[in-house]
Design a protein around this ligand. Structure first.
Ligand code: 13P
Ligand code: SF4
Length: 371
């Protein structure tokens, strides 16, 4: 029997093997009952996602967080997702991220001071006013709360990979130009699919003077893309598509829109994590898919859809792992839950009120725009 002191210390959990966690997690979960909801992103490991009350892509999980009535929202995902859950939650609700080191390298590619600096230069170039008359800022969900607030305050919005086209349409209804943060690939893929040619897009590099873009190019661009990317999805290359098609005639290639434009152009389908699942779910048995997204989801789909006689493999054999999603271990989950049973809140994610206010505006707009 664990003592209260044992329960508080994460080190005591990290030394234990995965399989010893299952019964303890289930018991703590049962004891907390309706006090706690566990949200799990599709990239979580099997040993963790099996305990999620709801699993989904970023959009679906944000909806669940906004609708949750439980006292605790335990988020098995990464930091920006838990921050968004906290922003969307009701007063008195508490959001927990089992490992605070579960960040997102793409979200880290845009810092609020860099974004403010970029905007100031766009204002000086006469492309927008400080309030956003002239250009609508859109930030991908994969960004810090302060950047969401920045967009909210300037008439902008948050989007996820499942509603990016709707967010672009909404933004273009307000202004002719868009600043898209921080994933250049999602921004480029979305704009191109809407008929905006590549030469009407410019890439803003926050580490270069003037974003590394000439004033003329900046003025001509309809969409300015922040120079950020996902290091997991950027590893998929057009050669992988060619190789898998040659190896498995008839296979369908489906990819996440964080993949490079060249990869998306060669693919048969593009979707958020939930969207990719849906494409496979609705395919007839006997179908084959090569999927360009994180390896835990691909492997899980491989196992689950084998029962329906559908083959699901990764687009790249070297397997693309999101190391930060992987940080949420059964040990961290057990530690967070058993502490709640003891009345201790560990790893609370709490966005400051002044940031929360405008970030909520941008997230509410996203939920209103839907998909
Ligand atoms: P989804 O919203 O498609 O789940 O994507 C989140 C993410 O981080 C993909 O890398
Ligand atoms: Fe971030 Fe990429 Fe991991 Fe998604 S897969 S959480 S974008 S690092």
């Amino acid at each position: 029997m664990a003592t209260a002191a044992d329960v508080c210390s994460l080190e005591n959990y990290l030394a234990l093997p995965d399989h010893t966690m299952d019964e303890r997690i289930a018991a703590a979960r049962k004891e907390l009952g309706r006090e706690c909801v566990i949200l799990g992103h599709h990239y979580q490991r099997d040993e963790v996602i099996r305990f999620a009350d709801f699993r989904g892509d970023s959009y679906k999980l944000a909806q669940q967080a906004a609708e949750a009535r439980s006292r605790y929202i335990l988020f098995c995902g990464v930091h920006f997702m838990a921050e968004s859950a906290d922003i969307l939650s009701r007063p008195g609700q508490i959001t927990i991220l089992p490992d605070l080191n579960a960040g997102c390298s793409m979200a880290d590619m845009a810092e609020i001071t860099q974004v403010e600096d970029c905007w100031e230069q766009l204002v000086r170039a006469g492309l927008t006013t400080d309030e956003g008359q002239g250009m609508t800022p859109i930030t991908y969900m994969n960004s810090a709360a302060a950047i969401k607030a920045f967009c909210g305050e300037r008439g902008g919005v948050v989007c996820t990979s499942s509603n990016a086209p709707a967010a672009f349409r909404w933004a273009l209804g307000k202004n002719e130009k868009i600043l898209f943060l921080p994933d250049q690939h999602l921004g480029r893929n979305t704009a191109y699919a809407m008929g905006i040619p590549l030469h009407d897009m410019a890439v803003w590099d926050p580490f270069m003077i003037g974003g590394g873009v000439t004033p003329d190019r900046l003025r001509a661009a309809q969409v300015i893309l922040w120079k950020g990317h996902c290091s997991v999805h950027q590893r998929f290359l057009p050669e992988h598509v060619d190789h898998v098609r040659a190896s498995y005639p008839g296979i369908r290639v489906i990819v996440h829109p964080e993949c490079r434009w060249e990869v998306c152009q060669k693919a048969d389908g593009i979707g958020s994590t939930e969207g990719l699942l849906e494409i496979i779910r609705s395919a007839p048995s006997g179908s084959m898919f090569a999927v360009g997204t994180e390896i835990h989801l691909v492997n899980r789909m491989g196992k689950e859809f084998a029962r329906e006689d559908k083959k699901v493999i990764t687009l790249d054999d070297s397997g693309c792992l999101c190391t930060t999603m992987f940080r949420i271990s059964p040990q961290h989950l057990c530690w967070a839950l058993e502490n709640l049973v003891e009345g201790n809140v560990v790893n609370r994610i709490q966005v400051k009120d002044d940031v929360k206010q405008w970030a909520r505006v941008a997230l509410d707009r996203m939920l209103e725009i839907r998909q």
